[in-house]
Design a protein around this ligand. Structure first.
Ligand code: RB5
Length: 145
C-alpha cells in the first residue's frame, strides 16, 4: 500500500510526523508537499494528493491543514474522492466502514500529534464494510460527481 500525504503550512509539521510514523511501519508514502512552513494554498496540495489516489498510484490519501476543513472541501470537489475530516477515532473507523473514504483530512490545530496517529492507524487498517446498504450509498455518492 502507498499513502499519498499532503499539507499546507498549517499542517506541515503534522504531515512530517505522520510520514515518520508510516515509514516506521514500513508503509510507502508519496509526499506531495508542502515541504516547508512557508505560507501556501491548501487546494494545491489537496489536488496533488487526490490526483495520486484517483490515478491509482496511491490507495489512500492523508491531508493536513489547520482544521482539516479546507482540505476536505477541496478534496471532495475531485471526482472519485471521498474525503472525511476526522478528529476522533470512531469517525475515522466509521468513515472507512460505511463511506469507504479514501482520503483522511486532519486538523493540526484541532488534533494533537499523537491522537492524529491513532486516527491514521485506524483509517488505514479498517476495511470497507461488505454490507450492501453501504455499497449502494457509496455508489449514490459517486453518482453525484
Ligand atoms: C491556513 O491558515 C488555514 O486556513 C488552513 O490551514 C486550514 O485550516 C483551512 O481549512
Amino acid at each position: 500500500m502507498t499513502i499519498a500525504l499532503g499539507s499546507d503550512n498549517g499542517g506541515y509539521q503534522l504531515k512530517e510526523f505522520i510520514k515518520e510514523f508510516l515509514a516506521q511501519k514500513g508503509i510507502a508514502v508519496k509526499d506531495c508537499g508542502t515541504y516547508s512552513l512557508e505560507r501556501v494554498d491548501y487546494p494545491v496540495y489537496a489536488k496533488a494528493v487526490c490526483g495520486a489516489v484517483t490515478g491509482g498510484e496511491c490507495e489512500m490519501g492523508i491531508l493536513c491543514c489547520g482544521t482539516g476543513i479546507g482540505m476536505s472541501m477541496a478534496a471532495n470537489k475531485i471526482p472519485g474522492i471521498r474525503a472525511a475530516v476526522c478528529a476522533d477515532w470512531f469517525s475515522a473507523k466509521m468513515t472507512r466502514e460505511h463511506n469507504d473514504a479514501n482520503v483522511l483530512c486532519l486538523g493540526a490545530r484541532v488534533t494533537g500529534d499523537e491522537a492524529a496517529l491513532t486516527l491514521v492507524d485506524v483509517f488505514i487498517n479498517t476495511p470497507f464494510s461488505d454490507e450492501e446498504r453501504h455499497a449502494k450509498r457509496v455508489a449514490q455518492i459517486m453518482e453525484l460527481d
